[in-house]
Design a protein around this ligand. Structure first.
Ligand SMILES: [Zn+2]
Length: 275
């Protein structure tokens, strides 16, 4: 719960790196563990003797057959483990509601219709320029195409004219293009995703090649959206490093060794900078 509160009030970096759903899942898991632990422990524990203790019996003279009467006075109902569980659930529900409100005020869904439209138009314009034909970029608010389930931040048909990216990617690109908001590797990732999908629209189907081209084009795309050249290069170089580190888990997306200055996939063989 402390972590959830820190997530709500705390620095952006926490919100950017830890999905709140995970935090709630862990909190719920702990709650269940406490409940199960309490129920098991309760079953194992010996049922306590409800009679007055020997020392009291001696002092106050309770008779052995007096227990029905003394029970009411001396044995209040033990607190049910379910009660603690329900209180915990209630607190989590309140925190979830607060987090939902906070999220609604900070994410893509917090933007008004005109702003969203302006963002989508701007991104479509940049993508069309890169793809060398008219294409449109959609922000998949309903998560019909992209999101947690599909394990992708964007989707595009190879050679098509429409791509969808997640609302998070749209929001980060909006922040960069309209607010000058640079959020480190998160901004780099958003640029790389848009560039990646645009290369698919251009007709490239191989994932590794697409990503290599995307990180090179991302330098110009980043600059067009408001980054300085040095920052744009640094962010794309960072994405390339992350791609190589991730390589083993997602071999399909791994850029090849030709993705280097002077390599077969270098889009600007004459230049000496890469990406
Ligand atoms: Zn792809």
């Amino acid at each position: 719960m402390v972590f959830v509160i820190a997530w709500i009030l705390g620095p952006d970096v926490l919100r950017d790196t830890v999905p709140l759903l995970v935090v709630f899942a862990i909190a719920l898991g702990l709650e269940l563990q406490f409940l199960v632990g309490a129920l098991r422990g309760g079953a194992r524990r010996r049922v306590p003797d409800r009679l007055p203790q020997q020392v009291d019996r001696e002092r106050y003279g309770f008779a052995e057959d007096d227990d029905e009467e003394t029970d009411e006075v001396l044995s209040p109902a033990a607190p049910s483990p379910f009660r603690g569980f329900l209180v915990g659930l209630g607190v989590l529900a309140v925190l979830a509601a607060v987090a939902w409100v906070v999220e609604g005020r900070t994410g893509w869904s917090s933007l008004d219709g005109d702003t969203k439209l302006a963002t989508v138009e701007r991104l479509s314009e940049e993508a069309s320029r890169m793809a060398d034909k008219d294409v449109t970029v959609g922000c998949d608010e309903a998560r019909d195409y992209v999101g947690y389930v599909q394990h992708a931040d964007g989707i595009a048909v190879v050679g098509g004219d429409r791509t969808y990216v997640t609302p998070e990617i749209c929001f980060d690109l909006h922040g960069l293009a309209f607010e000058g908001d640079v959020r480190g590797s998160r901004t780099g990732r958003a640029i790389a995703v848009l560039a990646h999908e645009t290369w698919h629209l251009r007709g490239e189907s191989d994932e590794g090649t697409t990503e290599c081209y995307a990180l090179q084009s991302g330098v110009e795309l980043g600059q067009r959206l408001g980054l300085g050249e040095a920052t744009a290069r640094r962010l794309m170089a960072q994405q390339l490093t992350e791609n190589r580190l991730r390589g083993l888990e997602t071999a399909e997306y791994r850029v090849s060794s030709e993705c280097r200055d002077g390599g077969r996939l270098d889009l600007d063989p004459a230049g000496s900078t890469f990406p």
